[in-house]
Write a protein that binds this ligand. Structure first.
Ligand code: NCD
Length: 319
């Protein structure tokens, strides 16, 4: 079954990803204009419901919707009926009864938006589900890479950090391997299980940051997701930085034109050296800027062109 919405990168066709990136390029120049507001989504209402904290994703979804002329409502778990014990499905059914044109949702449970998409008619956009997927992040990362490199095919992309808990890593892995990039994953052994090697023949794994960075065209750093595992995975922040933090001297092993990325929020001195984060080759703020163009593209395609993706049928158990 196909349904309007954006739940993840895994089930998207290459052509659909291409379609989003092309549309995002159309919206990129808008950033530099003074009159940024369009009427593409005039009369449409978008609800943003965030059960987990967010700065970039939430603001940029909201700005993207407003720049396209839509009305937006934002709800956070604190201050909503979630505090009063309402189930996820009941909350979402309540919101859907108000007839929004789309619901943008972030939740700490992997698969939460996929579950809801089976029940609700309203298109759902996944703004991050647990450690599963974060599709718009991977799309904006691809757009940012392509602002600097002619193609994704054949690029060596090092993704370094808390891979196992990162929805950003997973969505990027799906996208980058679909387009033929070589992905090297790197992190301490507990954050980088062997299962990741089965992802695609284009994915390899190393526990040594120097090896990951050697010859890299793109270095993507990830935050340690303490909220998903407590401090038990890391001995100490200083030790983590010593072995897995990106430091100036590491960059000598990368390609001379390598770019440094990070989805944010960054923790200076933990996964990335402060001076590295501020280098001209660091494109962290370009990622943020492209987040708006990508989310405008997704909303536009979804609400004016019926962008859809496959979702599994509900199993009929008879119970
Ligand atoms: C990421 C997230 O929430 O998954 N941030 C983001 O959306 N830009 C990464 C993170 O929290 O580390």
């Amino acid at each position: 079954m196909h349904k309007r919405g954006l739940l993840g990168i895994e089930s998207l066709a290459i052509e659909q990803i291409q379609q989003v990136l092309d549309r995002a390029r159309f919206y990129q120049p808008l950033q530099a204009r003074t009159g940024k507001k369009l009427d593409t989504l005039l009369g449409k209402t978008i609800i943003h419901i965030f059960y987990e904290s967010s700065t970039r994703t939430r603001t940029s979804f909201e700005i993207a919707a407003k720049r396209l002329g839509a009305d937006t409502v934002t709800i956070t778990a604190k201050g909503s009926s979630v505090d009063k014990g309402e189930s996820l499905l009941d909350t979402l059914n309540t919101l859907a009864a108000m007839r929004p044109d789309a619901i943008v949702m972030r939740h700490s449970a992997s698969g939460a938006p996929h579950f809801l998409a089976r029940y609700l008619e309203t298109p759902i956009i996944n703004a991050g589900d647990g450690s599963h997927e974060h599709p718009t992040q991977a799309l904006l990362d691809a757009l940012t890479i392509l602002d600097h490199k002619p193609t994704l095919a054949g690029l060596r992309v090092a993704i370094i950090g808390d891979i196992v808990h990162s929805r950003v890593a997973r969505s990027n892995l799906h996208l980058l391997t679909k387009f033929g990039a070589q992905v090297v994953l790197c992190g301490p052994p507990p954050m980088l299980p062997q299962a990741f090697e089965c992802f695609s023949p284009n994915v390899s794994r190393t526990f040594h940051i120097e090896e990951a960075i050697t010859g890299a065209d793109v270095i993507m750093m990830l935050r340690v997701q303490l909220e998903r595992h407590g401090a038990s995975f890391v001995a100490s922040p200083n030790e983590y930085f010593r072995f897995y933090g990106l430091q100036l001297e590491h960059l000598q092993a990368a390609r001379p034109d390598a770019i440094v990325m990070h989805p944010g929020p960054i923790n200076r001195g933990r996964e990335i050296g402060s001076e590295v984060a501020d280098l001209p080759r660091s494109v962290i703020l370009n990622q943020v800027e492209n987040g708006i163009a990508v989310r405008m593209a997704v909303l536009d395609l979804l609400l004016t062109r019926n962008f859809s993706q496959p979702i599994e049928e509900l199993q009929k158990t008879g119970t």
